[in-house]
Design a protein around this ligand. Sequence first.
Ligand SMILES: CC(=O)N[C@@H](Cc1ccc2ccccc2c1)C(=O)O
Ligand SMILES: [Mg+2]
Length: 368
Amino acid sequence: MRIEAVELHRIAMPLVRPFETSFGRQSARDVLLVHLLGDEGEGWGECVAMEHPLYSSEYVQGCSELIEHYLAPRLLGAPDIAAEGLGELFGGIIGHRMSKAAVEAALLDAQLRAAGLSFGEYLGAARSEVDCGVSVGIARDIPSLLEEVAGYVDEGYRRIKLKIKPGWDLEPVAAVRELIGPQMLLQVDANTAYTAADIEHLGRLDAFDLLLIEQPFVEEDIATHVSLARAIATPVCLDESIVNVDVAVDAIERGATSVVNIKPGRVGGYLEAVRIHDACGELDVPVWCGGMLETGIGRAANVALAALPNFTLPGDTSASKRYFAEDLTEPFELVDGRLAVPTGPGTGVTVRTGLVRDRASRPPVVLA
Ligand SMILES: CC(=O)N[C@@H](Cc1ccc2ccccc2c1)C(=O)O
Ligand SMILES: [Mg+2]
């Protein structure tokens, strides 16, 4: 396909409730959307970067500028380009995986719509709906946490994930385990907030029969995750650390992780995400689809990915209303704790362009 124009849209999406993690508290999502117009059709991709570089080094304004000055010129200069060719086209540019992933997603959407193929068909979905979990932020107090968790259990979520940090871990986990009973799947996510000095303390989470503990230490510190995995019974799961398939295989072989959270935006795109899925499958390591508070645009593609065979654990692909009162697409709604994989061409959802225009926090950047 030849790309004739690249549009960058910045949308302010208020959250239905503040979302607090070990790296801060958000009450709105600053979303960057990539809209590609090509000679065979158009496509939309969502950048998962946050407004500030708190989860990883990328942030929305940086991604917008990187796409504008480095990725869009290469796209517009290519006589014929497909998503499978972006690795080479962008090869000289180091890092900036979330920016590259947003462009890849938009190009995949465009080319699959033109081909009449859905993301699920293209990526290799093995099922028509996916089991959904929910990520629960750090709350102001235990009663508020339990009220929020009880609501999600009532909605039918198949797994509860609690954000933890030093000073907010054993007590909330114990209270939630008490509330939901011994059968319900429960896991925690520290978003890198702990250090090696906390290993003994983290071992006390073994009392709560957790599915996994997600990314207790910083992204680069594979070694301390190995030490933790040897010291505790709860399986260790990496998120921030897993930036590509080679790092994933290395971390697994070193014993740093026995479950992997796959996020297409974090690893540079859906094609790399499938490579990680496949490699983990070869190593008998289960994977699940992480979330970055995506709108329906990114959510649609993630739900298709989460339908691949080795995605055997509920992901953070929650319903639209977990985060947004009004989504940029038709809302994803939980049915029996599951979301249906879209079957239409491309992502299978329709972008509400009027809402994109109304919610824009600045004029779109249009490159042609
Ligand atoms: C669902 C979940 O817990 N996601 C991330 C953390 C996270 C938290 C807050 C965010 C706000 C804006 C954009 C991305 C964000 C990602 C995680 O698994 O670690
Ligand atoms: Mg995480």
